[in-house]
Design a protein around this ligand. Structure first.
Ligand code: ZN
Length: 482
């Protein structure tokens, strides 16, 4: 009973401060900065956190936009993870029903994965927990991790490598989505590597025999990898983007060409095995064409270690809080937005649920059941994986967008400042704050999570997927979708 009163207190704190944090989220939506260049977004978070009484360490792990904000004293230490990077090419007018580039977002980017909500809500939860610890005089440290470049730069993997999570007892986070649920998902480990081919330029008509084409090598590599696909693990994925095709002149034998590969598999070890096969194909392609090839590591992240006790605790809080109340404006906007999607997209979203959600309404209006045995594999990747290998970690998802609209789409950007998104963000903040408060109040919950963490690791030590000596890929950073 006493515990319920305390949780209500955190809920009320979040309700009274909600407008303040909605403004922060909307501001970060407008900045729409790409991974490792989130200077305004990171500064806005720090401004709010310092005002709320947090001590902030800036530029951690050699990343200018990464930071750790801390409050409280002593143990336990609970980490709350936030992101704030956007995606390129997704500039979009807010709250309209068609794909239309925003004239206000001049950098061409958009928050197609909702990380403006993600970072702000996690931050908001940390502030509510700080307030609670102070009010109750409870020992413990709450830490908010400002994690750059989730989308393909994997800032957390570098932050984990630098020991920033070594003393954390448990970590909590969330992701905006189209449903309210525990993220009982296995994401794939991934490695991103550039292959750069070097040949010899020549006049393609006059003296082709003097040239050695780096573009030929690159194309042969891609053909080789496409034949490899049949003989790899069904859950593995390989994607590539040609980042330099050697220029635009067909009458020049291309002396340089570059391709960026993403290699994904359920386990880091499997990624490394598959990478060796891809690397051998690159070398073979270079040999066939008389070129040379250099592989340059970009970034990587690990698969997720799920934690059932922590997920159960978070689910209990999500169920206690229930779904937000939607008004007619929310419902009609979501209905119109859902009509912009295809039936397959709605079915795809439904596959994430433990039970089929028949006749899906425009807004998810329940809390999905949590079944630890129903963990599913999604074929994307997240750097939350690396945190989950060094401390027990749980994630939830709340409904911020019309059911069936897809991540990394114009629809998600369009809905990012809607009241539906704001309501989902507030629900996530309450869920994370309540779960952290439970952990601070009852340390046996942390012990249970740690026991499960050890069981899932099966004695396997965490090995960073970042090769020795590699630095975060900050310079000249574009973005690759996670
Ligand atoms: Zn995301």
């Amino acid at each position: 009973m006493q515990q319920e009163i305390q949780q209500d207190y955190a809920d009320r704190f979040i309700d009274t401060q909600a407008q303040h944090y909605i403004q922060l989220s909307d501001r970060i939506w407008e900045y729409a900065e790409l991974g490792y260049t989130e200077f305004n977004s990171s500064a806005a978070h720090i401004e709010y956190l310092e005002r709320a009484g947090f001590t902030v360490r800036r530029g951690v792990a050699g990343i200018p936009t990464a930071f750790v904000a801390e409050a409280g004293h002593g143990g336990p230490v609970i980490g709350i993870l936030g992101e704030f990077d956007a995606l390129s090419g997704l500039s979009q007018e807010s709250q309209i029903l068609e794909c239309r580039t925003s004239s206000e977002i001049i950098n061409g980017n958009g928050h197609g994965c909702g990380h403006h909500l993600l970072g702000t809500s996690a931050h908001f939860a940390a502030v509510a927990v700080k307030d609670y610890l102070e009010r109750e005089g409870l020992p413990g440290t709450v830490r908010f991790y400002g994690c750059p470049a989730e989308e393909g730069g994997y800032g957390k993997t570098f932050m984990v490598r630098d020991g920033l999570f070594d003393d954390v007892d448990a970590a909590l986070t969330w992701h905006p989505g189209v449903m309210n649920a525990i993220m009982n998902i296995n994401a794939l480990a991934v490695k991103q590597v550039y292959f750069r081919f070097t040949g010899i330029s020549a006049h393609a008509g006059g003296s082709p025999h003097l040239g050695r084409s780096a573009l030929d090598a690159l194309e042969l590599m891609n053909v080789g990898v496409n034949f490899l696909r049949e003989h790899m693990l069904p859950d593995a994925r390989i994607h590539y983007a040609i980042t330099n095709a050697g220029g635009s002149a067909p009458n020049v034998v291309q002396a340089n060409a570059e391709v960026l590969y993403m290699i994904r598999a359920p386990q880091n070890r499997q990624v490394n095995e598959l990478y060796e096969r891809v690397d051998a194909i690159a070398k073979g392609a270079a040999m066939m064409t008389g070129c040379s090839v250099e592989a340059r590591f970009d970034s990587a992240c690990s698969n997720i270690l799920l934690n059932t006790p922590l997920n159960e605790l978070m689910h209990k809080n999500l169920e206690r809080l229930g779904t937000p109340a939607y008004d007619d404006t929310d419902l009609s906007f979501a209905d119109a937005m859902q009509k912009t999607t295809r039936r397959e997209e709605i079915e795809m979203a439904g596959r994430m649920l433990t039970e089929a959600w028949r006749n899906p309404k425009p807004l998810f209006d329940t809390i999905d059941r949590f079944d630890p045995a129903a963990a599913m594999t999604i074929h994307g990747s997240t750097d939350v994986g690396d945190v989950s290998w060094v401390t027990p970690t749980a994630q939830c998802m709340t409904s911020c967008f019309a059911f069936g609209t897809s991540p990394h789409s114009w629809q998600w950007v369009s809905q990012g400042k809607s009241s539906i998104a704001h309501k989902g963000m507030v629900l996530a903040a309450k869920t994370i704050a309540s779960t952290a408060i439970d952990l601070f109040r009852d340390h046996s919950l942390i012990e249970a999570a740690q026991k499960e963490f050890e069981r899932r690791r099966r004695g396997e030590p965490y090995v960073s997927p970042i090769p020795e000596g590699e630095k975060p890929p900050i310079a000249g950073r574009g973005t690759v979708a996670g």
